[in-house]
Design a protein around this ligand. Structure first.
Ligand code: 0RA
Length: 637
């Protein structure tokens, strides 16, 4: 074939290719709505990111202009301007890349292209869907220009001024004929993806400038710590169990970056990426990660005695409770599957990630025993909560709580308006007696419970559920428990824990809260659960002046403030049962004068953790926990 003929046939092919894009744009960019429009930018940015991944670029600028155009600049190698070696098409590579479908990024081997899903269709697609596109390349010592309209070359590659730097700027004007409505670029949508890309591409600086604003709005992202910074950001404001575990591994043709940090919440937040594409549907990299995580933490928990011989292994979900993790892999030919093409299908990645996490996380656990033990304990607590919840469901289903009617020990109130009533769960029968005498019968119910029975530190939670006191509590509250909990059956508006102002009281409150947290969490979430604050001392000055204080500190402050000695030594209440009914009413139960502290979900979660430590063999940890948490709980709330 003669050279000119060859060019002609090539030209036709090119036109056919880009014509196909213009005929069915949705096939290439997903939609012709806002999402598709923004994909055009991502496509060009992805090419610039490829340059950063190949260590040729450190800086990417995205500029939004008044005329509806956007420019993407990078300081990478610059799109080659010489013909592609060995290619039939002898035009400058720049023109081939811009006009031939799937000529895409790199020619032959090396690097990981951001391709797959809707990305990686090639910048030629952007060109096809733009009424105008201009490229400026700094390369080989010169600035080069070319421009296009709707995929056709209008200005061939021309050599301009000399330059010392390298890089590419692509500016394009999306073709209004190709998109629905009058669309415009949304800075916040772009910002979200650019920020994500900055985290995923450690060290690259990405700047978004919106010149449509006066003055132009500039946002810059750079994550020197890569996805470790990402995880930190996701955990902002949360209490964490460990410093971020960062795992980085490289082998021929594949790369894994993994960052993990647990927090004290109960959700898991696992995000995975393949070649920077968010794999919302998961896939092989996630599978390998989860499998190794479950395996390694179980092995550790068993070796260090968190799990006894008779205990079942922790389930993956137990270990992932409170986890924030990013799994980012790079690979040569990603296979994207699933409904939204966001599930990574490459099986070789599963074993790679699994192997890497097995090795490196095992080492990390060994090297960080304090943090590792926290993680193991959290997993054990989650498993116990899961097992207890199942047990509770089973018991509830068997009707163990039905037909029992109201417990005999309950001194109910006469009002049946669940918003106007309150139930006091009172520690001990004698205090229960005082509370019964003191209460307002109209709307205050009293349920005495015997703390000692609950106070069996090593009782399994399933035993707790068979406990008479707990069953009385469940029947009195009325909602049922676990999955069957029905808030509309609630019998009271406030559930008030009334326990002694000492360590034992705190302990009983902890056990009660743990129970409520695990089985009646909606009551806590709904703000129905309270702790009463009974006084610790009564202090008399003269014949008739009586003060009540809640701590040793308050006692000392009061005496100092009065500047005189109390008429008798301050009386320390040994328990609620020692108080006169009127005293109990005035200080603790009368809505006009009492202090109630609403229990937050966090308070209950702390209680749950205390309980977990109490249940374990960790005597030292147990003492610390009680000292740090139980006594102080709610005092300053
Ligand atoms: C083809 C080959 C090479 C780089 C690029 C294209 C390239 C494309 C874009 C799009 C925006 N910025 C870009 N930067 C580079 C490889 C260049 C080489 O190996 O020297």
């Amino acid at each position: 074939m003669a050279k000119s003929a060859e060019y002609t046939s090539k030209d036709i092919q090119v036109l056919e290719g880009l014509e196909a894009v213009r005929k069915r744009p949705g096939m290439y960019i997903g939609t012709t709505g806002s999402s598709g429009l923004h994909h055009l930018v991502y496509e060009v940015v992805d090419n610039a990111i490829d340059e950063a991944l190949a260590d040729r670029s450190t800086k990417i600028d995205v500029d939004l202009y008044d005329d509806g155009s956007v420019a993407v600049s990078d300081d990478g190698a610059g799109i080659p301007v010489t013909p592609i070696p060995g290619n039939k098409d002898k035009r400058p590579a720049l023109e081939v890349v811009m006009t031939v479908l799937h000529a895409g990024g790199k020619f032959g081997g090396g690097g990981y292209q951001v391709s797959g899903g809707l990305h990686g269709v090639g910048v030629s697609v952007v060109n096809a869907l733009s009424s105008k596109l201009e490229v400026e390349v700094h390369r080989d010592g010169y600035v080069w220009h070319a421009s296009f309209t709707r995929g056709r070359t209008v200005q061939k590659t021309t050599k301009g001024k000399p330059t010392k730097r390298t890089g590419t700027t692509v500016r394009f004007w999306p073709d209004a004929q190709m998109f629905e409505e009058t669309l415009e670029f949304k800075a916040d949508i772009l910002a979200q993806r650019l920020k994500e890309l900055a985290y995923l591409t450690r060290g690259v600086t990405i700047t978004l400038t919106d010149h449509r604003k006066e003055p132009p709005a500039v946002q810059t992202w750079k994550a020197s710590g890569g996805i470790a910074d990402f995880v930190k950001a996701l955990n902002t404001g949360r209490e964490t169990l460990n410093k971020v575990v960062y795992i980085e591994a490289n082998e021929e043709g594949r790369e894994a970056d993994i960052a993990i940090q647990w927090n004290t919440t109960y959700n898991d937040s696992l995000h995975s990426f393949a070649n920077t594409i968010n794999t919302h549907e998961g896939g092989m990299h996630e599978e390998g990660f989860k499998k190794a995580l479950t395996n390694v933490v179980n092995r550790y928990a068993r070796e260090k005695g968190h799990l006894k011989e008779k205990d079942e292994n922790l389930q993956g979900e137990d270990i992932r409770e409170g986890i924030v993790a990013i799994v980012s892999v790079k690979l040569r030919e990603p296979q994207f599957e699933g409904q939204t093409k966001t599930k990574l299908g490459n099986t070789e990645i599963r074993s790679f990630v699994e192997r890497v996490v097995n090795d490196r996380l095992r080492d990390w656990l060994e090297e960080h025993p304090t943090e590792a033990n926290r993680v193991a304990r959290k997993g054990v607590a989650a498993a116990q909560a899961r097992q207890a919840a199942k047990k509770a469901r089973d018991i509830a289903r068997k009707g163990a709580f039905e037909g029992g009617g109201l417990p005999g020990k309950l001194a109910d109130c006469s009002s049946r308006d669940p918003d106007a009533t309150e139930i006091f769960i009172v520690e001990g029968d004698s205090a229960g007696g005082s509370a019964k005498a003191a209460r307002n019968r109209e709307n205050q119910a009293i349920l005495p419970i015997r703390g000692k029975i609950l106070n069996v530190e090593k009782a399994r939670i399933d035993k707790t559920l068979e406990n008479q006191e707990i069953r009385a509590l469940i029947n009195a509250i009325g909602t049922g428990i676990g999955d069957e909990l029905d808030m509309s059956k609630r019998r009271y508006g406030k559930i008030v824990m009334l326990t002694d102002a000492d360590v034992d009281g705190a302990h009983i409150r902890t056990l009660l809260l743990t129970f409520l947290f695990r089985h009646m969490r909606p009551l806590i979430e709904g703000g129905y659960v309270y702790a009463a604050k009974p006084p610790l001392y009564s202090i008399r000055f003269g014949a008739s002046e009586v003060h009540y204080v809640f701590s040793d500190k308050e006692r000392d402050e009061l005496i100092a403030q009065k500047g005189k000695k109390p008429s008798t030594p301050p009386t320390r209440f040994k328990g609620l049962g020692e108080m006169f009914a009127e005293e109990l009413w005035g200080t603790t139960m009368n809505p006009e004068t009492r202090t109630l502290v609403r229990v937050s979900l966090e308070d209950a979660a702390v209680a749950d953790q205390i309980f977990t430590v109490l249940m374990g063999e960790d005597v030292e940890g147990r003492r610390e926990f009680i000292q740090e948490n139980a006594q102080d709980a709610f005092v300053d709330a």
